[in-house]
Design a protein around this ligand. Structure first.
Ligand code: ADP
Ligand code: MG
Ligand code: ZN
Length: 491
């Protein structure tokens, strides 16, 4: 981070590729979850690109792609198709990738992300198209010899490419965009967005805009290919922007450049390196995939897919704040995980007038329990309605907040109902004066000095007396009632 603002405006557009959450690959029945599988065990003639093998499109992948588009407020054109994108590379056994060229599944959407200016910023989504992932290359060396190995497990995994407009103005905005995109795709069940398992990568387009001699200059962008972590983006973007600026000032090729270049990012050298300049950028000779028919999602299909989408996270956060009176912070924590948000709402259903208290228990005790015990929410013994009941027991004064925590500890262990635990263990709070009177009287008799201190104006002495009543009754006394009784008797 530089302290002073750079002398140019940064312009960023992202092409995000994510693997879809399907069981099988895009055009064959091989398993799509390749991460961790022994190399070349998830293959068949189709995804190995053997001659004569024919693709059969994965319906689920198409549905998920359409849903992703809808969630990103895109239009779903009535007529789309697959195309062949031709290039030669060892990770592409057919010599072409099946992708979508001029008629993608989704066009013209948008996404609101927290912008640098404070408020939300609307980022345009140019298009989202469906394609297949390539094989994985593993490079190494042995005895001075370099080698490359190919693992075809990833070959043919459904891949969605989401192309933004160049609306982002900083790495922070680009990261916020990725974060919001991830959230939406995960929420919609479209992708698990497992970057750490190689399930996604982004081509990051960077250009700089500035004025010189009274004119606006906006030389062509660099496309940083295949970044695979937020961290890499955070490092590569400012590096490339600065490099473009320095090149411009040094009178370099950027001044005469006619089109974009593609660069790679070297993690070890912490620098970009040139891959292809405009002149060398391939002509992919796209043409319609002759082995597949055109794809024409019906209005009914699109409507059904739209109806099947869950409420999106930003909408849900707004609703949580509105409907339950939660802080933006609580809404964010709860909504961050769809299953937690569902669990919370089920708990509120059992304590409808206490949404705030339920939120406190969920964001506090529940999340801590899940984290500390590495428990999956699905394996939890406690049902949401039981937490709702527990909250009601506290609200009605039946048990204290402190007792409730003990009860919850037992609930985690046994899955028993809170009321049942309170009854079986005699944990109910003592609120009626008759059951508190003898302890209150005894404490007053045993502590004349504290009583005198209080009468002399020492407020703290009263608290001490309440504490002594509590210790006589094992902490079960209702403190408000004890307080009131003490005041009445001392006065
Ligand atoms: P294509 O690759 O189809 O020729 P573009 O290069 O215009 O299309 O766009 C590809 C990606 O580059 C998009 O995500 C777009 O937002 C981004 N992009 C286009 N122009 C710029 C620019 N001047 N600066 C930064 N990003 C850009
Ligand atoms: Mg691309
Ligand atoms: Zn296969």
């Amino acid at each position: 981070m530089t302290a002073s603002a750079p002398p140019y405006e940064l312009v960023i557009g992202l092409e995000v590729h994510v693997e879809l959450a399907t069981r099988s690959k895009m055009f064959c029945g091989c398993a799509a979850r390749w991460f961790g599988a022994p190399p070349n065990t998830l293959t068949c003639p189709v995804c190995l690109g053997l001659p004569g093998a024919l693709p059969v499109p994965n319906r689920r992948a198409i549905e998920l792609s359409i849903q992703a588009g809808i969630a990103l407020r895109c239009d779903t054109p009535p007529h789309t198709k697959f195309d062949r994108k031709n290039y030669m590379y060892p990770d592409l056994p057919k010599g072409y990738q099946i992708s979508q060229f001029d008629l993608p599944l989704s066009v013209k959407g948008w996404l609101d992300v927290p912008g640098d200016g404070g408020g939300d910023k609307r980022v345009g989504i140019r298009r989202a198209h469906l394609e297949e992932d390539t094989a994985r290359m593993v490079h190494g060396s042995e005895g001075g010899e370099q080698y490359s190995l190919l693992d075809f497990n990833r070959s043919g995994v459904p891949l969605l490419e989401i192309v933004s407009e160049p609306d982002l103005r900083s790495s922070a905005e680009a990261l916020a965009y990725l974060e919001r995109l991830r959230e939406i795709l995960v929420y919609a069940g479209v992708s698990e967005f497992r970057l750490e398992e190689g399930g996604g990568r982004f081509d990051t387009n960077v250009s700089i805009r500035f004025s010189e001699d009274g004119e606006t200059r906006w030389p062509p962008q660099s496309e940083i290919k295949n970044l695979n972590s937020y961290r890499a983006l955070e490092d590569a973007v400012p590096y490339e922007a600065d490099r473009l600026w320095r090149e411009w000032q040094a009178g370099g090729a950027l001044r005469t450049r006619r089109g974009k270049i593609t660069v790679g990012w070297s993690e070890s050298r912490r620098a970009t390196f040139l891959q292809r300049s405009k002149e060398e950028i391939e002509d992919y000779r796209y043409f319609p995939e002759p082995d597949l028919v055109a794809l024409e999602p019906s209005v009914e299909t699109v409507a059904a897919l739209r109806a099947a989408l869950p409420e999106m996270p930003a909408d849900r956060r707004d609703r949580f704040a509105r409907q339950y009176g939660l802080s933006a912070y609580d809404a964010r924590i709860l909504v961050a995980d769809r299953a937690i948000a569902d669990w919370y709402e089920a708990a509120v259903a059992a304590a409808p007038s206490r949404p705030k208290q339920v939120a406190n228990w969920v964001t506090g005790e529940l999340l801590r329990h899940l984290k500390e015990r590495s428990v999956d929410l699905r394996d939890l013994t406690v049902r949401p309605s039981q937490l709702g009941t527990l909250v009601e027991l506290v609200a009605s004064g039946e048990i204290s907040g402190k007792t409730a925590k003990d009860v919850l500890t037992r609930m985690w262990e046994s899955g028993a109902d809170p009321a049942e635990i309170v009854r079986a263990r005699g944990l109910g709070q003592l609120s009626d004066e008759a059951s508190l009177a003898s302890a209150v009287d005894a404490v007053l008799a045993e502590n004349p000095k504290a009583v005198a201190d209080y009468v002399a104006g020492n407020q703290r002495a009263l608290g001490a007396l309440v504490g002594k009543v509590q210790s006589k009754l094992g902490g079960r006394a209702n403190p408000a009632v004890v307080n009131r009784m003490l005041l009445e008797k001392v006065a």
